[in-house]
Design a protein around this ligand. Sequence first.
Ligand code: HEC
Ligand code: HEC
Ligand code: HEC
Ligand code: HEC
Ligand code: HEC
Ligand code: HEC
Ligand code: HEC
Length: 428
Amino acid sequence: MVLLSGDSITPVAISEMIFHKKIWIAVITIVFSIAAFISCIDNESNTADVRGPEYAGSQTCMNCHKDVYQHYMLNAHKNTSTFASGKSIFGSFSAPHNVFAYNDSDKVVMHASADSFYETEYKNGVQKRSEHFDIVIGSGRKAQTYLYYKDDQVFELPVSYFISIGAWANSPGFPLTHPYFDRPIPSICFGCHSSAANVSIPQTGSLDVTEKYLPGQQILGIDCERCHGPAKAHADYQTKHPEDKTAKFIAVINKLTRAQQMDMCSICHSGVQQPIEPIFSFKPGSKIGDYYYPDALHTDADELDVHGRQAQKIMASECYRQSTNLTCLSCHDPHKNENDNMVAFSNRCMNCHSEINHNFCSDKSVPDSILKTNCIDCHMPAQPSKAVQMLSDVNGKQVLQADYIRTHLVTIYPEETKKVLAIYKKQH
Ligand code: HEC
Ligand code: HEC
Ligand code: HEC
Ligand code: HEC
Ligand code: HEC
Ligand code: HEC
Ligand code: HEC
């Protein structure tokens, strides 16, 4: 809101002005233009999109796609990054829950004053460094991590919040013994977690940490056009031709090839890779091979960490290899929030696997009540991630614990079956 804090007008000056009708009108005009400016900020459709004139902004899509839009508001893509606020930060700012201690002498305290939130380092009780929460990364399904601006760079805060333990803990990959405030965030992070992050040097979209962010040029959250591509021409055409109920100037996703449909999701769901160019310009129909160098290090799906590697894992599964049409969309509606809805997911398995097709589950020991309502815990179990680990308090000792993420290698896991059946027996 820098634009609003121009020359300040004192109350005395105002009372002098009201005697001059012309100036009075000018004041009203200014007030109205400020109001219009604020409503512009709220309504993206009226402001120029930082990505260029071919983008319309999500707000525009709402008018004609209300259903999709309403679901999308609760979706993890929409909420994967946002500005820091009391509502968007999930961790607690009240004592004693607002402290993360590395050991007896080093700790970080999370504290709030008015609308500002800080992480403050203490060493032997003495206050050291303090930084501000500016951006929240993570919708909070599993975890949130926090970023701050310093000049034109962005850094990650040392302490993150983990849902599984309901507590603050050290940010993944950070030192285990003391707070570290100096990890710069390259724009590739925003490439997967936002819709735009313009930087001033020729953007490499890379792991380059010398990039300089342009102020006010970030679009947080993954918006409609981040997945569907620029859609101003589509919105304009459909607005001018309300009688035309067929979609123009927008990619029809179910007419894309299977590989193109997979690439649309894999661009963000195949792990951090060395980019050829920034992935922000990826749109339906683009090829992933034009954006990343071949991932030479990781070829074996069994070896890959479960975190963020859904594409490689599903493509190594028999369901993908032995069918011609399975894609991410066989199981996921990318606009909805269907977390933990095992019945809905199991129904999608049964679109292909059924007694009639002679390819139903061959484990006859499984009672029907779990068999048909939860294929998932047996065939896609949650597994510990090596990439996402947190230092947490276990009986007064700080221990590294892995976060659990569902594997997309759909296959037979005899040990998981035993666990699921044991839990079932206990309940009956
Ligand atoms: C003035 C109305 C209007 C606006 C505004 C509008 N659309 Fe559409 N859109 C339509 C109509 C009509 C269709 C065709 C019928 C349908 O699929 O719902 C369509 C279809 C689509 C499709 C489906 C293509 C397919 O697979 O068949 C997508 C994706 C889409 N719009 C995205 C968007 C996005 C993104 C925005 C915002 C930038 C947007 N639309 C704004 C009217 C609109
Ligand atoms: C621009 C990057 C990007 C693209 C493109 C993308 N995703 Fe995601 N997706 C993410 C990120 C980041 C998260 C983690 C969100 C969070 O919880 O903060 C995520 C989370 C998810 C989740 C878990 C949350 C939930 O809603 O259950 C599913 C499922 C998912 N994506 C499916 C898809 C599918 C299917 C596609 C392709 C149509 C896709 N994604 C395309 C970045 C992307
Ligand atoms: C190549 C794409 C990609 C890049 C780059 C990436 N992420 Fe992610 N991130 C994902 C996806 C996909 C998920 C969710 C799926 C999963 O965890 O397997 C995710 C999950 C997360 C989550 C947990 C979200 C939740 O709600 O549970 C956090 C926090 C996160 N990432 C932070 C970061 C930070 C910080 C960076 C940059 C240093 C980063 N990510 C870089 C794709 C990416
Ligand atoms: C994570 C990527 C992603 C995001 C974000 C996203 N979409 Fe989609 N959308 C898709 C995919 C993939 C399909 C094709 C679904 C299918 O064929 O099963 C689709 C289909 C559609 C369709 C046609 C089918 C339907 O469900 O009506 C419309 C319209 C649409 N999207 C509009 C939007 C609008 C509007 C937004 C923002 C509010 C949005 N999408 C956000 C990926 C996305
Ligand atoms: C698009 C169709 C399709 C969908 C959807 C699908 N599968 Fe499959 N799946 C197949 C095909 C084809 C095979 C290869 C062998 C066969 O026909 O059983 C297979 C194989 C399997 C196997 C044997 C794997 C192995 O390594 O031997 C299991 C287990 C399995 N699927 C479970 C599931 C589960 C659980 C789901 C839902 C989460 C699911 N499938 C969804 C088509 C599908
Ligand atoms: C055969 C069905 C199936 C296919 C195909 C599939 N998924 Fe999933 N996916 C699931 C199920 C089931 C879950 C677990 C949902 C839950 O626990 O709420 C899941 C969970 C996820 C999650 C959240 C993981 C976590 O634990 O945080 C992400 C992200 C995701 N899928 C992305 C994708 C992407 C991207 C693709 C395509 C590359 C894909 N999925 C293909 C069935 C599938
Ligand atoms: C309690 C765990 C459990 C549940 C629930 C379960 N399965 Fe299985 N499934 C297994 C085990 C174990 C096997 C291997 C049995 C054997 O051949 O020894 C198996 C085998 C399979 C196979 C391989 C068939 C073959 O021989 O190639 C498919 C396909 C399959 N299951 C699909 C499903 C689907 C779809 C669901 C949900 C409708 C489901 N399963 C639910 C444990 C389970």
